[in-house]
Design a protein around this ligand. Structure first.
Ligand code: PMV
Length: 321
């Protein structure tokens, strides 16, 4: 049977960095994120006895490397094992944003793949189980399954608030489309080599409480402050790991500085950055125009993707083949 799923990327406000079990991708700390409306992956999976091997095709934005192919097949195997079948599959997939640029294509990719494959094999899994299965492909993928604003703790992720709860914007500024050198997967494994990692973990419970309070109260300033704080804290760990991971470039730093200047002129905007050079500008919907206008004066920007909060992964009837 053939099934297609669409899954959003997500941006974490409290980041997942480091894990307690690398194989099971169990996180060292809980994280909270928002699904992104304009940064999605669509994946069609068809299982058939007519296929003698698995095939994977990435439309429009280049192909997968051999390593990425193996990771996709490993995830298919997890779903197949759960369903108790051995049938091979054809997979066709498409992103609306550049792959491996820190724009979280692994989250939307593994969420869409897991949901489409499970559905194509006739599995009807509760959302919690689906998040646990997606997590095995890429940790942050579990956060792309539930609706809107999502918390991941331990094995599973769940929705804190639906996407319509708060009209936020994530204006993703692509400063460089080049694939990153070090995957976040490899980075998680060495997070513990940073002397600041235990410090980070100690501060997480208080930070999570502050973020969840800010979300509950829709207090944008408190939300932005704690989100920036956690981003900088994660990057401090990254930069002091062995080997150190430097994801920022000159354009990243210029934008981070610009955000501070814009705030001082009265524009309520904050930034966050994942494992790549691109910058996510966070503001409320009614300030989108002001942030975009400020952004239009900047040079060195390859692309801008404006995201609102989005629903989680879901099945659609339009197939890619
Ligand atoms: O799921 P992964 O292995 O791609 O890790 C994601 C890590 C960050 O994007 C840097 C942080 C996060 O919580 O999304």
């Amino acid at each position: 049977m053939k099934c297609t799923a669409v899954a959003p990327a997500n941006i974490a406000f409290i980041k997942y960095w480091g894990r307690t079990d690398a194989t099971l991708r169990l996180p060292a700390n809980p994280s909270v994120s928002m699904n992104l409306s304009a940064s999605t992956t669509t994946t069609t999976v068809e299982f058939s006895n007519g296929y003698s091997e698995d095939s994977i095709e990435l439309l429009e934005t280049g192909g997968f490397s051999a390593k990425e192919n193996r990771r996709v097949i490993r995830q298919l195997d997890i779903v197949r094992e759960y369903a108790g079948v051995n049938t091979r599959a054809r997979i066709v997939t498409k992103n609306t944003f550049p792959k491996s640029s820190g724009a979280a294509s692994s989250a939307s990719g593994f969420a869409a793949l897991t949901m489409a494959a499970a559905s194509a094999l006739g599995l009807t899994l509760p959302e919690k189980e689906l998040t646990m299965m997606a997590r095995l492909g890429s940790g942050s993928a579990c956060r792309s399954i539930p609706d809107g604003f999502v918390k991941w703790e331990g094995e599973a992720a769940y929705s804190l608030y639906p996407h319509a709860y708060w009209d936020l914007r994530d204006i993703l500024v692509i400063v460089e489309n080049r694939a990153k050198d070090v995957s976040s997967s490899a980075g998680h494994d060495t997070a513990g080599t940073s002397p600041y990692f235990p410090e980070r973990l100690k501060r997480i419970p208080d930070r999570l409480a502050r973020l969840e309070r800010a979300l509950a109260e829709k207090n944008f300033r408190a939300f932005g402050e704690v989100t920036e704080e956690d981003c900088l804290d994660m990057h401090r760990v990254m930069q002091t790991q062995t080997p150190p991971l430097f994801y920022w470039n000159d354009a990243t730093r210029t934008l981070m500085e610009a955000v501070r200047v814009w705030r001082s002129t009265g524009i309520p905007v904050y930034f966050t950055i994942d494992a790549g050079p691109n910058v996510h500008l966070l503001c409320e919907g009614n300030n989108e125009g002001r942030v975009r206008e400020a952004l239009s004066t900047m040079v060195g920007i390859a692309d801008v993707i404006v995201n609102a909060p989005a629903e989680g992964a879901h099945i659609v009837t339009d197939h890619l083949f």
